[in-house]
Ligand binder design. Structure first.
Ligand code: SF4
Length: 261
């Protein structure tokens, strides 16, 4: 077993950038409801239909107000609806050249609600999901079979390995999204902390609406899927803020090897 290297103390979690998604997600139905009720007031004929449309628009906006326990209780339905909005407006965002900003805003809004939900009672059973493309393309260390095969040299895998050893994190590095979804469903965590590109984060939040996910986006300095990078301090801060510590006092334990994809 490797001797873990201490990582710098995590700072606070960065602010989430979810305002764009929230304004669109909540704003469109609220404006539609206001127009429908105005229509009902101005047009006597068909007033019932106007009222019905207004109530329907309010019902559409309602899930965007759910927070904390209410959000966790209704999470599957809330995330299904939010995902529909994210997917429906993605082509428009793409046309405007704001596709990434739109998806990351959806993730930021989700993160904000997950943070609120776990601000009082931290998650106990947590699964970290990382994409294989954070390993340098030229590195031959077989980290998918054994994370401790990593030499802790050049890429974020080394920092992650040390964090996992030191804190007894349960995590998977995966090379196929469907494997990550299957692992997540089988492990049944209270919370997933997922690192991925914006496209895969949207897909993951859509595919796993039943599990709260804190999403951290990859940066792609060399393009998609090659030598990608992410903020390890962000991951450390998320684990420190949202998750109940598992660190044993005066004792470091090895990773559960069979658990690493
Ligand atoms: S830290 Fe080094 S050995 Fe570990 S995966 Fe990255 S490049 Fe390979």
């Amino acid at each position: 077993m490797k001797e873990p290297r201490a990582l710098p103390a995590p700072g606070p979690l960065p602010d989430e950038q979810g305002a764009l998604f929230l304004w669109v997600r909540r704003g469109i139905p609220l404006v539609a409801a206001a127009l429908a009720f105005a229509g009902a007031a101005l047009h006597g004929a068909g007033r019932g239909w106007w009222m019905l449309a207004g109530v329907g628009a309010l019902a559409t906006a309602w899930p965007s107000f759910l927070r904390k326990e209410a959000f966790l209780r209704n999470r599957t339905a809330v995330m299904r609806q939010d995902s529909l909005w994210a997917h429906a407006l993605r082509p428009l965002a793409h046309w405007l050249g704001q596709e990434d900003a739109w998806i990351l805003s959806f993730c930021g809004h989700n993160n904000q609600r997950v943070r609120e939900a776990f601000s009082g009672l931290r998650a106990k059973r947590v699964l970290i999901l990382l994409p294989h493309c954070i390993q340098m393309a030229r590195c031959k260390a077989p980290i998918l079979d054994d994370l401790q095969a990593c030499y802790d040299c050049l890429c974020p895998v080394g920092d992650y390995m040390n964090g996992a050893l030191m804190n007894r994190w349960e995590g998977r590095i995966f090379n196929r999204s469907h494997k990550a979804y299957r692992e997540a469903r089988e492990y049944r965590p209270d919370l997933i902390v997922a690192v991925s590109c914006s496209d895969r984060l949207l897909k993951g939040l859509t595919k796993l609406p039943e599990i709260p996910v804190y999403a951290i986006s990859l940066s792609l300095p060399h393009g998609m899927c090659v030598d990608t990078d992410f903020s390890v301090p962000h991951l450390l801060a998320a684990m420190e803020t949202l998750v109940e510590p598992r660190r044993p006092v005066g004792e470091i334990q090895p990773l559960h090897r069979a658990g690493i994809a």
